[in-house]
Design a protein around this ligand. Structure first.
Ligand code: PEP
Ligand code: MG
Length: 585
C-alpha cells in the first residue's frame, strides 16, 4: 500500500508550539435529547426557541459556506452545493414543518419534536435499499443534529475521554469545550471555524496547547488515526507528513521547547527595566488546572481570574459555598499575593446554559445582556458571587473586578450590593475580607475608556481589557475568522483609548493594569510601558517572554518611541515604528 499523501492546510496560528500526534476527529455523536410537554402560552415560546435554533444553524452553515470558498475549486463547488442543500432544509423542509407541527399538536419540546420528526422520516425511507437515498438521509440527519445541538446548546461528545496523544480536529470548539481538554492527553487541536482573539484561542494558550483555528477544508482531509502536525506558530496543519517533513517539525518542536526552558530560568530574575523600574507581571487564570504553572512562573499576582470556568459544562449554577471553596483554594495557593477575581463575564461566545437559557439571543450577542449587565439583572447570582469573593478574601488579599462596565451607574449599583452583603455577613459573624476588597473595572468598552475620568471616581483600580476594547472600537467580532485581518490593537483609535485611560488613572492615582492579550505579547511591551503602564497580566506561558522583554527595555527610550507612535494616524506606520524599536532595544 502506498503511503497516504501529505496534505498541508493553512489557518490561524492562535497558540504557539508544535504538536505531533494522532488525529481524533470529533464527530457529532448521539445527543441526549430531553423530552417534556409544553402547554398553553409556552407552546409559542417553544416555537420561538425552534426559530432561534434555525437561525443559529443557518448562521453556522453560512460561515461554513464562506470558508468553503477558500478550498480548491472542485472541492469548493461540491462543498458549496452540499451546504446550500443544508441551507434549504433549514428554510423549509418536511423536517422543519414537521417539527413545528409536533410542538403545536403533540405539545412537546422543540428538540424532542425535531428528533421525533427525523425518526419518522428515517423510518419511511429505511425500507428503500438505495445508496442515493441513504446519502440524502445522512444529510437530513446532519441538519437535525445541528438543530438539536443548537437547542440544547450541547455540543458534540465530551472531550475529556479522548486517547492519550490525540490531536483534536473539529468543526468548531467553544471556550467551554476547550475547558474540558486535558493537556496530559491532548497535544493540540485544530478547527475549521474560529478567530484568533476569541476565548477558545485564549484558553488554548492558557493550557499551553498548540492550536490552529479557521482552517478551511480541514474536516474533509483527515480521519481519526492519521498522523498530523499542528504548527501553532505558523498557523499550518500537515496531515500524513512525509518522513522529511516530520523530521523538520520535530527539530522545530525541540527548538521551541529549549527556548521555553531558557525562559523558565528567568523565574527568579526580577521584572525590572534596564534603568531599574519595576514592572508588575501577573497571571491570567482561566482554569484551576493552570495553578501549578502560575506558581512556577513566580508571578507577582493573579491580575485576572476569569470566574466563568465555575459555570461552564454543567446544568446547574454553583452554590455560593462551592464558589467560595474554589476561590479560597486559589487565594490560599497564592500565599499572600493578590488575586483579582472578576465577577461572571458570561455572554457573547462564553455561554453557561444554566444562566443564559432564559435570556435567548441577547446573551449570545456581543452587544447584549452580558458581563456586569447580566449580573445586575440576576441579583442572586451577583450576591452569591460577591459573598463567595468576600469569604475567600479572608484567606488572602483579593480584589473585585467588574467586566463589561459601560457606565458609572453599574459600578455604583454593584458597590451598593457589596455594602449590603458586608453588613449582612458581619451581622452573621461570617469571616470575610478585612478591609473590604478594592472594586475595580475592566476598561474594555469604548464608553468606559472615554469616560475613564468619571469611572476613576467610583473605582479603586482599572484593568484594561484590550481584547474587547479592540473588538468594540474596531467593530470586529473577536471570534469571526473572516474579519480577523481587521482586528488590530495597534489601530490608533485603540491606542488612544488606552492612553486616555492610563492618563485618567494616573491623575486619579489609582492602579491600572493591562490584562488583555496585548499584555502577553512581547511585541507590545515597550509601547505599553512607554505610555505609562506598569502592571501587566497574562497567561502563565507568556510571562517568561514578556519578562525577558521588560529586562531589555530602557524606559526613557520606550517613552520617546511611544510619543512618536501616539502622534501617528496610520496603523501600518505604527507597527513599523514599534517593530523597528523592538529590533533596536
Ligand atoms: C479583554 O477583553 O481584554 C479581557 C481580558 O477579557 P476577556 O478576554 O475575558 O473578554
Ligand atoms: Mg473582555
Amino acid at each position: 500500500m502506498s503511503p497516504a499523501k501529505e496534505i498541508v492546510i493553512e489557518g490561524l496560528g492562535v497558540s504557539s508550539g508544535i504538536a505531533i500526534g494522532e488525529v481524533h476527529v470529533r464527530e457529532s455523536g448521539a445527543i441526549l435529547v430531553p423530552e417534556y410537554t409544553v402547554k398553553g402560552a409556552k407552546i409559542e415560546a417553544e416555537c420561538t426557541r425552534l426559530e432561534d435554533a434555525l437561525k443559529v444553524a443557518q448562521r453556522q452553515i453560512g460561515r461554513l459556506k464562506t470558508k468553503a470558498r477558500n478550498l480548491p475549486p472542485a472541492a469548493a463547488e461540491e462543498m458549496g452545493l452540499l451546504l446550500e442543500a443544508y441551507e434549504q432544509m433549514l428554510e423549509d423542509s418536511r423536517l422543519v414543518r414537521g417539527a413545528f407541527r409536533r410542538i403545536r399538536e403533540d405539545k412537546i419540546n422543540a428538540e424532542f419534536a425535531v428528533q421525533a420528526e427525523i425518526n419518522e422520516i428515517t423510518r419511511g425511507f429505511a425500507a428503500l435499499d438505495d445508496s442515493y437515498i441513504a446519502a440524502r438521509m445522512d444529510d437530513i440527519r446532519e441538519v437535525a443534529d445541528r438543530l438539536i445541538r443548537a437547542l440544547t446548546q450541547s455540543h458534540v461528545k465530551p472531550l475529556n475521554t479522548v486517547p492519550k496523544g490525540s490531536i483534536i480536529i473539529s468543526e468548531d470548539m467553544t471556550p467551554a469545550d476547550t475547558a474540558q481538554l486535558n493537556p496530559k492527553k491532548v497535544l493540540g487541536f485544530a478547527t475549521v471555524l474560529g478567530g484568533a482573539q476569541g476565548h477558545t484561542a485564549i484558553m488554548a494558550r492558557a493550557l499551553g496547547l498548540p492550536a490552529v483555528l479557521g482552517a478551511p477544508g480541514l474536516l474533509g482531509a483527515v480521519k481519526t488515526g492519521d498522523t498530523i502536525v499542528v504548527d501553532g506558530n505558523q498557523g499550518r496543519i500537515v496531515i500524513n507528513p512525509k518522513p522529511s517533513t516530520l523530521a523538520a517539525f520535530e527539530a522545530k518542536q525541540s527548538a521551541h521547547r529549549k527556548r521555553l526552558g531558557r525562559l523558565a530560568r528567568l523565574r527568579r530574575q526580577p521584572s525590572v527595566t534596564r534603568d531599574g523600574t519595576e514592572i508588575s507581571l501577573g497571571c491570567n487564570v482561566e482554569l484551576p488546572i493552570e495553578m501549578p504553572g502560575v506558581l512556577d512562573t513566580g508571578a507577582s499576582n493573579i491580575g485576572l481570574l476569569r470566574s466563568e470556568f465555575m459555570f461552564m459544562n454543567r446544568d446547574d449554577v454553583p452554590s455560593e459555598d462551592e464558589q467560595y471553596k474554589t476561590l479560597r483554594d486559589i487565594v490560599k495557593a497564592m500565599n499572600g499575593r493578590t488575586v483579582t477575581i472578576r465577577t461572571l463575564d458570561i455572554g457573547g461566545e462564553k455561554l453557561a446554559q444554566s444562566i443564559t437559557q432564559d435570556i435567548g439571543e441577547s446573551a449570545q450577542s456581543a452587544l447584549g445582556l452580558r458581563g456586569i449587565r447580566l449580573s445586575l439583572k440576576k441579583s442572586n447570582l451577583l450576591e452569591d458571587q460577591l459573598t463567595a469573593i468576600l469569604r475567600a478574601g479572608a484567606h488572602g488579599p483579593v480584589r473585585i473586578l467588574l467586566p463589561m462596565v459601560a457606565t458609572q451607574q453599574e459600578v455604583r449599583k454593584t458597590r451598593d450590593v457589596l455594602k449590603k452583603l458586608v453588613r449582612k455577613l458581619k451581622r452573621k459573624k461570617v469571616k470575610i475580607a478585612d478591609p473590604i476588597p478594592p472594586v475595580g473595572v475592566m476598561i474594555e468598552v469604548p464608553s468606559a475608556a472615554l469616560t475613564a475620568d468619571a469611572l476613576a471616581s467610583v473605582s479603586d483600580f482599572f484593568a484594561v481589557g484590550s481584547n474587547d476594547l479592540t473588538m468594540y472600537t474596531m467593530a470586529v467580532d473577536r471570534t469571526d475568522e473572516q474579519v480577523a485581518g481587521l482586528y488590530n490593537p495597534l489601530h490608533p483609535s485603540v491606542l488612544r483609548l488606552i492612553q486616555f485611560t492610563t492618563e485618567a488613572a494616573l491623575r486619579a492615582r489609582i492602579p491600572i493594569s493591562v490584562c488583555g492579550e496585548m499584555a502577553g505579547d512581547p511585541r507590545f511591551t515597550a509601547l505599553l510601558l512607554g505610555i505609562g503602564i506598569r502592571e501587566l497580566s497574562m497567561s502563565a506561558h507568556a510571562l517568561g517572554p514578556v519578562k525577558q522583554r521588560v529586562r531589555e527595555i530602557d524606559l526613557a527610550a520606550a517613552q520617546n518611541r511611544a510619543t512618536v507612535i501616539m502622534g501617528q494616524t496610520d496603523s501600518g506606520r505604527i507597527a513599523m515604528l514599534l517593530d523597528d524599536f523592538n529590533t533596536l532595544v
